[in-house]
Design a protein around this ligand. Structure first.
Ligand SMILES: [Zn+2]
Length: 155
């Protein structure tokens, strides 16, 4: 019996072993289904919420360690960073003050390569940083999926 996918709206045949199937098998729709499930779960299950938060914290912690050991393993990198900071501290106080004023608050952002500069070839990318609102489901794209999909999170 043909049904219409909740996410993409295309008709599909539910699998016999999943009679209530509401999403087709397209990867985007399966991701949407997972997000939906996670959101419902976050709302209905306090334990899950706590676990997710712990997993996220663990992930940040691991990331911190990663960058710390990255810097430790590459003294040049830390040296260059310090040098750059020193130059900034010395000569560009005005700019620094300006930067502080518009400093991005910590939060969720999406970084996309800017379409107007598709082929910058000097080793850097021009990117666009888009704040992601905290309440809409799109935040699952950047945070939850990272946490859930990272193999390191699984025991
Ligand atoms: Zn679909």
């Amino acid at each position: 019996m043909t049904r219409h996918c909740t996410y993409c709206g295309k008709p599909f045949e539910p699998r016999p072993q999943v009679p209530d199937q509401a999403y087709c098998s397209a990867p985007a729709c399966q991701r949407a289904r997972k997000r939906q499930w996670q959101q419902a779960k976050l709302q209905s299950d306090p334990d899950y919420r706590i676990n997710q938060r712990a997993a996220q914290q663990a992930w940040s912690q691991r990331n911190q360690d990663y960058w710390r050991s990255y810097r430790d393993a590459r003294p040049d990198y830390a040296q260059i960073n310090r040098e750059q900071q020193r130059l900034r501290d010395q000569g560009r106080n005005v700019d620094l003050a300006k930067m502080d004023a518009c400093d991005l608050p910590s939060g969720l952002y999406r970084i996309t390569r800017h379409p107007a500069f598709p082929r910058e070839n000097n080793g850097s990318w021009v990117v666009e940083i888009t704040p992601i609102c905290v309440t809409c489901p799109c935040k699952m794209d950047v945070s939850r999926e990272d946490v859930i999909d990272t193999p390191a999170v699984c025991p």
